[in-house]
Design a protein around this ligand. Structure first.
Ligand code: SF4
Length: 183
């Protein structure tokens, strides 16, 4: 045990502030999505669904769990099953073979659920647009709450979108809105 403690003290904290996202990106987080995410402001569990991507978007998603980005420290967890997820992160255009499984996964995920389209392919089919094997972007099959563009989006951009999504309303802003007569 002392050996482990000694090693822990010697190693110290390996995580640091992750690299900032580049300015000028266009992440679309609808206010309705923020409202929907209110329940998940402290803890959000995501499940990744690949509907036909080239795997580069997955590589960036995988990087979220490494010691540099370490999304667990932000209260974001990756689930092994859609039954345990609050949000689905869908990558790739929806291929003919994956249209059915995508709809099944959507039905399996408990309500209220969020859908995040990650990468240009999920948003508008990207470079696969027009392919005979593609049935369309994600929002053609299931409702999408958040769009994170890029080919592929960088981990810092993904974290920024997730953080933006979870800002939502605080008790104070809700109180302020109520007493200032805002709708
Ligand atoms: S958006 Fe780019 S990186 Fe992501 S699946 Fe499509 S081609 Fe690959």
């Amino acid at each position: 045990m002392f050996e482990i403690l000694k090693k822990s003290f010697k190693t110290g904290i390996v995580t640091d502030q992750y690299p900032p996202a580049p300015a000028g990106q266009k992440i679309s987080v609808a206010p309705t999505a923020q409202k929907k995410a209110e329940l998940f402001r402290k803890s959000l569990t995501i499940r990744e669904v690949d509907t036909g991507s080239c795997n580069a978007c997955e590589m960036e998603m995988n990087a979220l769990a490494n010691p540099v980005y370490d999304i667990e420290r932000l209260g974001i967890h990756i689930a092994a099953s859609p039954r345990h997820a609050d949000a689905l992160v869908v990558t790739g255009p929806v291929t003919v073979n994956m249209e059915g499984p995508l709809k099944d996964v959507y039905k399996t995920t408990p309500n209220p659920k969020l859908v995040i389209a990650l990468g240009d392919c999920a948003i508008n089919c990207g470079i696969f647009k027009g392919s005979y094997a593609v049935t369309g972007p994600v929002d053609q099959h299931i409702p999408v709450d958040v769009r994170i563009p890029g080919c592929p989006p960088r981990p810092a951009e993904i974290i920024e979108a997730l953080t933006e999504l979870r800002k939502g309303e605080t008790t104070f802003t809700r109180w302020f809105r109520k007493f200032s007569g805002e709708p």
